[in-house]
Design a protein around this ligand. Sequence first.
Ligand SMILES: Nc1ncnc2c1ncn2[C@@H]1O[C@H](COP(=O)(O)OP(=O)(O)O)[C@@H](O)[C@H]1O
Ligand SMILES: [Mg+2]
Length: 139
Amino acid sequence: MKKIITKSSQETVKCGQNLAKKLRGGEVIGLIGELGSGKTTFVQGLAKGLGIKDRILSPTFTLMRSYQGGKLNLCHVDLYRLDKPAELRNLGLEEIWLKHENVVVIEWAEKAGEYLPKTTTFIHFKYKNEKLREISLKR
Ligand SMILES: Nc1ncnc2c1ncn2[C@@H]1O[C@H](COP(=O)(O)OP(=O)(O)O)[C@@H](O)[C@H]1O
Ligand SMILES: [Mg+2]
């Protein structure tokens, strides 16, 4: 397991950018951590690292938002407001993650339970204090 402490949102963005460099397409990344722990900030870094120019907003009401124009397409899912498992299945994520030009990143991934593929990379976020976040990567 890899653990890092970031001291600012910029450092968390950088952390996302670093992971983006390693992506080849077809990956599913699950983000787990309380509100304000830096998940969306990390996704902004992923997008930046993929060369996506759009501003990344949390897709809270739509559950999912896709961004094109980068090295890979980024599908950003936020399950915070998910209340029925059917809503998750209706997103059709399986078709998205099967394509090698796509990367799927999911906030509140724990809410997806067994639905995510075995190959999902899980990243945990912890709020330490106003500026510090602990980011740990488990495979
Ligand atoms: N080290 C840090 N990493 C990420 N965000 C930080 C950090 N320090 C302060 N912040 C602030 O914490 C908030 C994190 O929000 P966000 O990324 O939306 O969290 P989440 O998606 O987990 O709810 C932002 O307002 C950001 O500016
Ligand atoms: Mg968020």
